[in-house]
Design a protein around this ligand. Structure first.
Ligand code: GLU
Length: 318
């Protein structure tokens, strides 16, 4: 069964690149008789904007890019959910992430780190001064059982970190980019669970993609460097990873990452200017993908018929 998802963070508005990601997921699902899931990734409480979830749902509905499962708005404008794999809003799943972090502690895939914010900050400053890549120095990775016990007894605040393998490579076949390889030694021992018990994106994303039976992860290329951490997590949990497909970025005319300073990035801004949803969908569909060189106008159903991951470009779309 093909199951894909769009997993935005509700930071205030739907980015035009987010709409393209959602659309490609929907086209892929429709083309293959699969299911398209909307999941809200609101674990970073510092970036939350009130009404952000409603706004994403409303803007997707305006565009006609519609999920089969996940949150939706009822007639009164309240957020409801449909589907058998919920809850679909991560802040309603915190217990699940904490349980999974404990499993990793038990199987040796993760460790408790008691380093203070001050220590991490001065470590970072020193690494920057020496022009070294900024990575946690693994001080707590080798902590003795006795020291760990004593810190736990004292109730010292701590995070849970992923124990990345220190040698070898993590490799996978990306459906768009082909074979990709990362050197494990260069990848940080990612924080999985913060000291307040909140998960980070990495843990929540992997746990949910697995529990929601996601078969293909189609997302922006900015997540490519995170994928080796995710693959290591799949391995530690004993799960089969999904197929990954990383989409080229949308770029400003000067080839920097598309930003507000150089144009409109919020889908709502295009709606307010009077663009029709069909036109916006047609336009974003062809940013980085084109089934034929001499045609520019497609109805949604024609996009579905023509869609394939293999035809997505690797280069960013200006
Ligand atoms: N919440 C992430 C975002 O905002 C999702 C990335 C992913 O699809 O894994 O882009």
């Amino acid at each position: 069964m093909i199951r894909v998802r769009f997993a935005p963070s509700p930071t205030g508005f739907l980015h035009i690149g987010g709409l393209r990601t959602a659309l490609y997921n929907e086209l892929f699902a429709r083309k293959n008789g699969g299911i398209f899931v909307l999941r809200i990734e609101d674990t970073d409480r510092t970036r939350l904007v009130p009404g952000g979830i409603e706004n994403i749902i409303r803007t997707m509905a305006w565009s006609g890019v519609q999920a089969d499962e996940g949150p939706y708005l009822d007639d009164g404008g309240a957020v409801q959910e449909r589907g058998d794999y919920g809850p679909y809003i991560q802040s309603n799943r915190f217990d699940i992430y904490a349980d999974h972090a404990k499993k990793l502690l038990a199987n040796g895939g993760a460790y408790r780190c008691f380093c203070s914010a001050e220590r991490l900050e001065s470590m970072k400053t020193a690494m920057m001064a020496e022009r070294r890549p900024i990575m946690y120095d693994k001080k707590c990775r080798g902590m003795s059982a006795a020291e760990l016990e004593q810190k736990m007894q004292a109730g010292e605040p701590h995070v849970i970190r992923l124990k990345m393998p220190e040698s070898g490579n993590t490799e996978f076949n990306d459906a768009i980019r082909g074979r990709v390889s990362f050197e494990n030694a260069l990848i940080d021992d990612q924080v999985l669970l913060k000291s307040d018990g909140f998960p980070t994106y990495h843990l929540a994303n992997v746990v949910d993609d697995h529990l929601m039976a996601i078969s293909h992860v189609i997302r922006g290329e900015d997540w490519l460097p995170s994928t080796p951490k995710h693959l290591v997590l799949y391995g530690l949990f004993g799960w089969t990873p999904p197929i990954f497909a990383h989409l080229p970025l949308l770029l400003n005319p000067d080839r920097s990452k598309l930003s507000k300073r150089q144009g409109d990035v919020a889908v709502e801004e295009y709606a307010e200017q009077g663009y029709l949803p069909e036109a916006i969908v047609n336009f974003v569909a062809l940013l980085g993908w084109n089934p034929s060189a001499d045609r520019e106008v497609y109805a949604k159903r024609e996009l579905v018929d023509a869609f394939s991951l293999e035809k997505i470009n690797r280069a960013g779309a200006v």
